[in-house]
Design a binder for this molecule. Structure first.
Ligand SMILES: CC(C)(COP(=O)(O)OP(=O)(O)OC[C@H]1O[C@@H](n2cnc3c(N)ncnc32)[C@H](O)[C@@H]1OP(=O)(O)O)[C@@H](O)C(=O)NCCC(=O)NCCS
Length: 477
């Protein structure tokens, strides 16, 4: 029985309508937007309805309040990685230092509660989060299912990208392979082609939307191909357009366990968006502001995510934990772990998975993953080790006195979950983070094009010029 046959007739006919409509919309553009007979809108239709009012709201807001001073910039901020300077517009999420992230106003527990789930699942579906981030609205189950099917129907890779991935050396870091493959997808860019043909500015969002969904649909295949090529036999299963995104990703990677599939759904949801100033989000936004295609903009963001102070910290955490385990030889006493933490700090290294540029408390993304572990494998020894480190590291970092935030971040917990289910190859972990990040950064790219965001160009000075600026301010004081 085909997977389409397994669906109820109402859902099936809806899906068929949805796929047919989406195919139509892909060639017909914004003008192809129209409602279903049952009144349920597709994501593209809904966005097309919403964004003109949003663009107008932003225009009026700028006109009325454009000259309001919203902050001051200190010299130390210029030399301090621009920490805290309010200069990026990001609609999907806002990060509070003490409360953590809110996706369109919703905390992670609220998102877990409100977003549609898979049948018999309890974790939110990341495709529903994509809808929420783009529109500010929670989609219905039917809308989510249609979006899943739409994304999966776009999953096929062009031959040259498959060949490229097969030709890369196995010891090239999976994140470098990921970035190369996404860059090579530029050949498929509808935005780049439309731009070359002189498409009007008002239609930029439409082609950016199409590229973004095409890219999202292809990422599970790219990620899994890298995983299967580098660590397994290179063989991979097939996409099931009737299954959700997380299930497809899990199966393509080679994991059938329903708990692992649930983990993929949670993982993809919590790693997606963390406001716009972090390296991967800001890079995607910056490169996109030059009207580079979503493929090139996202690949640039992924090159940033690959850094050890950013996404690669999840790999570093695992390597650090393994070394700890090897060195302490089963002695997980608080005193031994405390000593190991101090040895790391005295060696001039950071404790991976701890600290944050904005957060000043335990990352709620850490907490969501910890709760998953407590539900499914509270007695797993590596989880217990992570929990013990959680009890001790904040005290050690506080005594050390350097970091502004001694609490764990998202990367501190993600690896142990993957280890439990047998995805043990830590150098692959940042690729999964990358797939998730697409759900957060692509909505903003579509919004940027829809509201006509300008090319980014902050002002820079040399130290000599900064000295002149400081002297002139001092003389006027
Ligand atoms: C995330 C991170 C890059 C934020 O950097 P930041 O905003 O500059 O952080 P702070 O302002 O607290 O840094 C102040 C000092 O504390 C140090 N520090 C911060 N986190 C630390 C950690 N986990 N271990 C040891 N030292 C740390 C910084 O290196 C810096 O030292 P310096 O003055 O010698 O340069 C930093 O906390 C870090 O390197 N963490 C470990 C890597 C990690 O987990 N990254 C994933 C982030 S989601």
């Amino acid at each position: 029985m085909s997977s389409m046959m397994k669906l109820g007739s109402a859902t099936r006919s809806h899906l068929v309508r949805s796929l047919a409509r989406n195919t139509f919309a892909r060639v017909g553009g914004a003008s192809a937007c129209r409602a279903y007979s049952n009144g349920e809108k597709s994501l593209k239709e809904r966005f097309a309805e919403i964004f003109p009012a949003k663009a107008e709201e932003i225009k009026q807001f700028k006109k009325q309040h454009g000259k309001v001073v919203i902050g001051e910039v200190l010299l130390e901020q210029a030399y301090g990685g621009m920490r805290g300077i309010p200069g990026v517009v990001w609609e999907g999420s806002v990060l509070d230092p003490h409360e953590g992230i809110r996706f369109r106003g919703r905390t992670i527990p609220e998102v877990q509660k409100e977003l549609p789930k898979a049948p018999n699942g309890r974790e939110p579906l990341p495709e529903a989060l994509f809808w929420l981030l783009l529109t500010g609205e929670v989609p219905t189950e039917t809308q989510t299912k249609a979006l899943s099917a739409d994304l999966m129907s776009r999953s096929e890779l062009p031959g040259h990208v498959e060949q490229l991935l097969d030709s890369l050396p196995r010891d090239l870091h999976p994140m470098a392979q990921f970035s190369v493959a996404v860059t090579a997808l530029e050949s498929e860019s509808k935005f780049a082609k439309a731009y070359a043909q002189g498409v009007s500015k008002k239609d930029y969002w439409n082609y950016t939307f199409e590229d973004s969904l095409d890219l999202l649909g292809k990422l599970p295949v790219i990620a899994s191909k890298i995983y299967r090529n580098v660590f397994k036999d290179g063989k991979m299963g097939k996409i099931d357009v009737d299954a959700d995104y997380g299930k497809n990703l899990g199966h393509l990677l080679g994991f059938e366990n329903p708990e692992f599939v649930e983990l993929m759904r949670l993982y993809l949801t919590v790693h997606s968006d963390h406001e716009g100033g972090n390296v991967s989000a800001h890079t995607t936004h910056l490169v996109g502001s030059a009207l580079s295609s979503p493929y090139l903009a996202f690949a640039a963001g992924m090159n940033g995510l690959a850094g050890p102070l950013h996404g690669r910290a999840n790999q570093e955490v695992l390597e650090w934990l393994f070394k700890l385990r090897e060195e302490v030889k089963g002695d997980y006493s608080p005193e031994t772990i405390r000593q190991y933490l101090w040895d790391t700090l005295k060696g001039g290294r950071v404790i991976p998975g701890y600290g944050h540029a904005v957060l000043r408390k335990t990352d709620p993304r850490y907490t969501a993953q910890r709760e998953f572990a407590l539900r499914h494998f509270p007695d797993y020894d590596l989880f217990k080790l992570v929990s013990t480190v959680y009890e001790i590291a904040p005290k050690v970092l506080t005594e050390h006195g350097k970091t502004k935030n001694p609490w764990p971040n998202v990367d501190s917990h993600s690896g142990v979950l993957l280890q439990y289910y047998g995805l043990t190859e830590a150098s692959f972990y940042t690729v999964l983070f990358g797939v998730s990040r697409a759900f957060g950064v692509l909505p903003q790219l579509i919004i940027d094009r829809a509201v006509g965001a300008p090319i980014e160009r902050p002002k820079s000075f040399s130290t000599e010029k900064f000295k002149e600026l400081v002297a002139s301010k001092a003389s006027k004081a």
